[in-house]
Design a protein around this ligand. Sequence first.
Ligand code: FEO
Length: 172
Amino acid sequence: MTKSVLEAITRQITAEFNASFSYLAMAAWCEHHKLMGAGRWLRMQSQEEHGHAMKLFNFVLARDHAVRLQGVEQPRSDFDSVVAVFEAALAQEQEVSRNIDALYELAFTEKVFAAMTELQWFITEQVEEEKSVREIVAKFHMVKDDPASILDLDRELGARGPEAGAGSGEGA
Ligand code: FEO
């Protein structure tokens, strides 16, 4: 693996841990506001992101390189509403998708074929994750401030199973 690809994958490991921590902060906000279903969904997503970081962590080690972990950022903890939580989640996923695309392009340019194969999984995963969060944002916009509908939606989010949400959790 080339130095620049290794450095970019290391940054992506950090980004996935940041995403995991960020989802955990979102889960905390929701549960503090008694939206327990959304909190459960976000906790599961936090675990998925941890799995993504570990998938890249394992890949670096499998390629016989050292892993140099970096610190995570303090996540955002304050939101105006539950829709703002999921809008932030969508923006985060879109940023991750751009990062993965750039990483794939770098691996392609530098002919690091093993990294390209590894990253293909992430490209597919990002399509699914963006889709899931975009649908949730759209539903919260549809129900607006209607408490009964928000509670229904919260219940729906709480029913998320391991396969039902953003991504399958493969590699977690
Ligand atoms: Fe691992 Fe949702 O990005």
